[in-house]
Write a protein that binds this ligand. Structure first.
Ligand code: ADP
Length: 449
């Protein structure tokens, strides 16, 4: 195709040359050239007007019948327009598919802009969050979802965090919300209905609690009778002494498991509700030390406690006693006779810590991540033989969860283990003042001083 610019230049050159010749014949060269210039300009403007009109109207896909450079320009614009329409249709289809897919999801999905205003939301939002598109588009989500913990969660927006809160539509529906970065300066809020899962978990918890509860009484009676038989020196029981002892031991083990299961159920259901009071950990450890020495008995473990006497913690004494004694008793049970156990209670910049170190048999690395699972035991027979239930570390983990802390386990096979309970700094408290002397401090009813 000929270069349109060259054609234009040739045409203009011929026009001005012809006009100059004609003008020369009539003796008006300059006038003829000016007229030709105006004519050429008017022609170009006309072409430009047609093109601009076609672009403005945006109706026909075929460009107008313009000449030269303008025709070339028109063809290029028409091609770009066709491509852009094609792309628009493609993105439209993709958007439609995305919206259909997210609408088919059982979860609520809301796209938020940088200022937490709703840009789009899917169909399940209506039933779960009470949001609808396009009605609520453009409104700040915090004006519509006003639960305080949700607002706090959205403001903090820690990656990977999730929050459970009641649905604003039906307070019996429990939602789990997550916020993830989405596109450029946008966020995707996802809310999943957790009601069924939580109900199943509660059923499981109630079932275990009820079964444990129902079994406890008959077992206590059986243990009571077995103890009576064992205490009796009636000659007819003499040949039964050995099986009676075994029965007493096994029934005791079952009782122990039931107590631990009930404790775990209590810990799970009491989350955030356990009473928080100053707990004298040094005194608690002194107490546990006595029990540990009794458990060690003739095995002669050396057990040392190093505890900051003024370091108290805000928590639930019963739970903490259970967690700490589980760790110390484990150290005794899994450390050979004569071994060393060190208990250390201290605080540093990160928080409060209780570490229980032993130089016992240690744990192979592949077991470490699973140790706090219920009934996970490295050596079942060994654990049973030493009176274990397989629930001890699970209880420790739950107690620490309830106190905002966590359990760390470091161990080396054949060298020993260190179990450390880390508590947040905020749980530190000072020793409670001794009970006040009634006569010295009590205000009399008429004392107005
Ligand atoms: P168990 O009642 O069996 O002791 P736990 O939940 O308390 O149950 O512990 C789980 C397992 O972790 C134990 O069976 C034992 O194998 C291992 N374990 C716990 N504490 C120690 C320790 N101090 N040294 C070595 N192994 C340990």
């Amino acid at each position: 195709m000929a270069n349109p610019w060259r054609t234009l230049i040739w045409r203009l050159a011929l026009l001005f040359l012809g006009t100059a010749l004609l003008g020369g014949l009539v003796g008006q060269v300059w006038l003829a050239l000016v007229l030709a210039g105006w004519g050429a300009l008017a022609w170009q403007l006309w072409q430009l007007y047609q093109l601009e009109h076609w672009l403005r109207e945006d109706r026909e896909s075929v460009p107008p019948q313009v000449e030269g450079v303008w025709s070339d320009l028109g063809a290029r614009i028409a091609r770009l327009r066709r491509q852009s329409r094609k792309r628009k249709r493609k993105f439209g289809r993709l958007l439609e598919q995305f919206q259909q897919a997210t609408s088919a999801l059982p979860d609520a999905a809301v796209v938020l802009d940088d200022g937490d205003q709703i840009l789009w939301c899917n169909e399940p939002c209506q039933a779960l969050l009470g949001l609808a598109s396009p009605r609520d588009v453009g409104l700040p989500v915090t004006h519509l979802l006003r639960h305080p913990s949700f607002i706090e969660f959205l403001n903090q927006r820690h990656p990977g965090d999730s929050l459970e809160f009641p649905s604003p539509v039906n307070s019996e529906v429990l939602l789990n919300a997550r916020v993830v970065p989405y596109g450029k300066k946008q966020w995707l809020l996802l809310a999943t209905d957790m009601t069924r899962i939580r109900r199943l978990e509660r059923m499981r918890r109630d079932f275990v609690a009820n079964v444990s509860h129902e079994l406890r009484t008959p077992l206590t009676v059986i243990v009571g009778y077995l103890e009576t038989f064992l205490d009796s020196d009636h000659p007819s029981l003499e040949s039964w002494r050995q099986p009676l002892r075994a029965m007493r031991q096994q029934a005791g083990r079952m009782l122990h498991i039931i107590e631990d299961l009930l404790m775990l159920t209590r810990l799970e259901s009491q989350r955030e509700r356990a009473p928080r009071r100053p707990v004298a950990v040094p005194a608690l450890l002194a107490n546990i030390l006595e029990d540990a020495a009794a458990l060690s008995g003739a095995q002669g473990h050396r057990i040392d406690v190093v505890a900051d006497p003024d370091l108290w913690i805000l928590g639930c004494e019963k739970e903490l006693r259970s967690a700490f004694s589980n760790l110390v008793f484990n150290a005794v049970r899994y450390t050979p006779a004569g071994g060393r156990i060190e208990i250390h209670w201290f605080a540093d910049a990160e928080g409060l810590h209780l570490s229980v170190r032993d130089n016992g048999e240690g744990i192979a690395p592949q077991h470490l991540p699973r140790l706090t699972e219920r009934f996970y035991r490295i050596d079942r027979d060994r654990s049973r033989g030493s009176g274990g239930t397989g629930l001890g570390l699970s209880i420790v983990k739950h107690v620490l969860n309830n106190h905002g802390g966590q359990l760390q386990i470091a161990s080396e096979l054949g060298v020993g283990s260190v179990f450390t309970c880390d508590f947040p700094r905020e749980s530190r408290t000072v020793a409670a003042p001794p009970a006040r002397n009634a006569s010295g401090f009590r205000r009399r009813p008429n004392d107005h001083s």
